[in-house]
Design a protein around this ligand. Structure first.
Ligand code: PHE
Length: 336
C-alpha cells in the first residue's frame, strides 16, 4: 500500500504541473483529494480496516502524500490565478520585465584586441609593465634627459621623488629588453597618464599600445612594411600609409604615421578620407640599446606607440574622446 501511495503521489504531482488551467487543476484535485472519489482520500478512508500493526506506517505515508499534493495544488493555483488575472492587486503582469544589465567589451578594449590579433599573427608576443614607474624607465633609459619638456612636471604626474605615473608605454621597451636577450618582438598595451586638460581630444588617463622589434639586420624598411601591412589589415586593403619626419628622444630617425582610409559612401562610391595621424614610430636610438646592455653595433630595432582610443574614435565616428573614458552606460551600451 505504501508503494501505491508513492505512485499516486507521483501521478498527482505530474498532473498538477501539467494542468494548463483552473478547471483542469480542479479536476486533478477531485481525482486525488476529492472527498468521495479522491484516490488518496480513499486510502485514508480504508485505514480503519488495517491491522493495528500496519496502520501507523500506512497512515503516516497517506498523510504525507496528501500534504504534498495539497501543497502542490495550492502553489499551482496561485500561479494559474496570477496569469488568469493580470491586474490582480494592481499588478500589471503584462508590463515588460525590468531590463537586465548585460556587459559588453569596451570599444577601446576591442580595438586593442583587434590590433593585438594582427600583430600576434605577425609573430609578436604580449608584454606588460607597471603603471607606477620610475624616472629611469619612463625617461632616462629612453634617452630622455630630465630637463626635456616631456619630463617637466607640467606633463607628468609625479607620486614622489623619482616616482611617477608612466606618461607612455615606452618604459615597457626597457623592462622587456632588461629581462630578455634579443630578438624581441612585443606588443605592450596599457594605461598611461599625463597632466593634460580634459577636453574632446585629451584625457589625463588613456590607453596606449607600444610595439618593439629588436634583432640583427632590422631596418626602416621593416618598420614601414610592418606598419603598412598592419594598417591594411586593420582598415582594409585600400588603406594608404604616410611617414612624416618627427622627433622622439628614443628613436632616430623618428616618424609620425598617418593613414588615409577608403570608405564606401552612402551612394556606393568609394571615397578617401583625410590623412589621420595614428602613431609615433622610429628606429630605436642606439643609446637606448646601450642603456639595457644590448650590443648596439650588432642589433637594431624599431618601435611605435599608438593611441587605441583615437582609433576607436575613427572606427565609430565619435567626436569626443572623453566619452570613451566616462563609462556612461548609455554611451557604452551602443557598442554591443
Ligand atoms: N612614446 C611615444 C609617445 O607617447 C610614442 C612612441 C613610441 C614613439 C615608440 C616612437 C616609438 O608619444
Amino acid at each position: 500500500m505504501i508503494e501505491d501511495l508513492r505512485r499516486l503521489e507521483r501521478e498527482a504531482l505530474a498532473a498538477i504541473a501539467a494542468a494548463a488551467g483552473l478547471d483542469e487543476l480542479e479536476q486533478v484535485r477531485v481525482r486525488y483529494l476529492g472527498r468521495r472519489e479522491g484516490r488518496i482520500s480513499a486510502v485514508l478512508r480504508r485505514l480503519g480496516r488495517l491491522s493495528p500493526e500496519e496502520r501507523p506506517a500506512v497512515g503516516a505515508a497517506a498523510n504525507r502524500a496528501k500534504t504534498a499534493v495539497a501543497e502542490a495544488l495550492k502553489n499551482r493555483l496561485a500561479e494559474l490565478e496570477a496569469v488568469a488575472a493580470p491586474d490582480r492587486d494592481g499588478v500589471d503582469l503584462t508590463l515588460p520585465a525590468r531590463g537586465r544589465w548585460r556587459g559588453t567589451i569596451h570599444p577601446v578594449s576591442r580595438v586593442i584586441d583587434d590590433i593585438w590579433a594582427i600583430f600576434r599573427s605577425l609573430g609578436f608576443t604580449r608584454a606588460r609593465g607597471p603603471e607606477v614607474d620610475t624616472e629611469w624607465y619612463n625617461f632616462v633609459a629612453l634617452n630622455t634627459p630630465l630637463d626635456h619638456p616631456a619630463a617637466d612636471e607640467q606633463d607628468t604626474l609625479y607620486l614622489g621623488p623619482g616616482l611617477l605615473l608612466r606618461s607612455h608605454t615606452s618604459p615597457v621597451q626597457i623592462r622587456t629588453m632588461e629581462q630578455y636577450p634579443p630578438p624581441i618582438r612585443i606588443i605592450a598595451p596599457g594605461m598611461v597618464y599625463r597632466r593634460d586638460t580634459y577636453d574632446a581630444t585629451h584625457t589625463p588617463a588613456f590607453a596606449q599600445i607600444e610595439g618593439l622589434v629588436v634583432d640583427e639586420g632590422v631596418t626602416f624598411v621593416d618598420l614601414k612594411a610592418t606598419l603598412a601591412e598592419f594598417a591594411r589589415r586593420f582598415w582594409g586593403p585600400g588603406t594608404r600609409v604616410r611617414f612624416r619626419p618627427s622627433f622622439f628622444p628614443f628613436t632616430e630617425p623618428s616618424a609620425e604615421v598617418d593613414v588615409k582610409r577608403v570608405i564606401v559612401r552612402e551612394d556606393g562610391a568609394d571615397e578617401e578620407t583625410d590623412w589621420i595621424e595614428i602613431m609615433g614610430a622610429g628606429m630605436v636610438d642606439p643609446a637606448v640599446l646601450d642603456n639595457v646592455g644590448y650590443d648596439s653595433e650588432r642589433y637594431t630595432g624599431w618601435a611605435f606607440g599608438m593611441g587605441p582610443a583615437r582609433v576607436a574614435l575613427l572606427r565609430h565616428g565619435v567626436r569626443d574622446l572623453r566619452l570613451f573614458y566616462e563609462n556612461d552606460m548609455r554611451f557604452l551600451g551602443q557598442f554591443r
